[in-house]
Design a protein around this ligand. Sequence first.
Ligand SMILES: *Cc1c(COP(=O)(O)O)cnc(C)c1O
Length: 432
Amino acid sequence: MTSPVWHPYQRLNHSSNPAPKPPKVVGGDGAYFELEGGEWLLDACCSWWCMIHGYRHPRLVQAITDQAQTLCHVMLAGLTHDPAEQLARELVRITPEGLNHVFFIDSGSVGMEVAMKMALQYHILTDRPEKTRMLALKRGYHGDTSGCMAVCDPDNGMHRLFSPLLPQHHFAPAPTAPFDAAPDDVEGDLAALREVLERHHHEIAALLMEPLLQAAGGLNMTSPHYLRGARALCDEFNVLLVFDEVATGFGRTGKLFAANHADVTPDIMVLSKGLTGGYIGHAATLATDRVHDAFRGDSDIHAFMHGPTFMGNPLACRVALESLRVFEEDDYLGKIARLSEVLTRELKDDAALNACDAVADVRVLGAAAVIEVHDASALDGVREFARERGVWLRAFGRWMYTMPAYITSENDLQKITNVMKAWFSSGLADQR
Ligand SMILES: *Cc1c(COP(=O)(O)O)cnc(C)c1O
């Protein structure tokens, strides 16, 4: 019997050519999960970048269990509770200075929807109602809901089919200067941003970006100087700066938040994926006093009309609090620095890998690494190849990447990088 579960992002093959059945996961422990039949796989992408503590972390499991004994859920409209209050305080403490207000939602996409609604309403409330469009970056990804699809990369994103449904926004080129670029090297990228702002700032409410690391767009990395330049341009043109730190937040780029590399405070910042250590879906959109205080007032248009049923869910807030405690007490930034060293040594600095014909570029930032190839077909079959070697590795497009859980040991990380390199040294990438 075929399964009624409809899986994401894949074609449903014709019955004469059925898709392979997805392996069934029955448990997990640390950086590994277990399949039915007893096969264990080392997760190279920590379940879409969110399981930063790995599976079945005893403290996170205990936090959810304890909270479940007390209060699983209650509405946040007109009520409050300790887990939401405490998590909001913690997020204000750890995020860049000035982000003092926290709006909870249930996913990263909805967090970005909230960011865009806040930006638009902010300008309405400060007498600039003509600012109704967003400025986003090519190669960006901000989620799959309608509002988010409209600000994902318009050409190579995965939402082309829906363009008739979507509002038209403005796009600037993806930044090209690498992470370690000198200030001069980002001038071209910033000039391209300035050009769009000069022409259209009167109708632009906010500039949206995944700071430093455009994750789903192929792990495209850029420099902290670009973030500083973008901050200055937003101030000049009265445009709000929104950082989508759904993927970069909680250590992925080597600092707690990508914004910390540049000492920049965005006006609005969105967090999700790592927020709860991946244990329950949740998200938070943070705003500065400037944005928040514009909503003070007595008219109808002052209320912020958004309120997901599960916002501030106590189980999610409680596990997020525990996740943050573990992150600080177990020195995760130190662990991330060590993972980054291994990724740099084993991939970025590996002469043989870089010399492969199929390989276009190798990049590392924090606990994220990508091998970019010239032609996507060079990665056909990577998943099966890696699984035979005990690793769960999902390549997409022209990118083979790893974003491991931070608790991954050096040996395990080397197991991942060895599999990534073996694909190229075996010549499999060249035969495609
Ligand atoms: C995953 C992701 C989102 C969407 O988050 P969901 O929780 O899947 O809705 C938004 N922005 C970025 C940068 C992401 O990586």
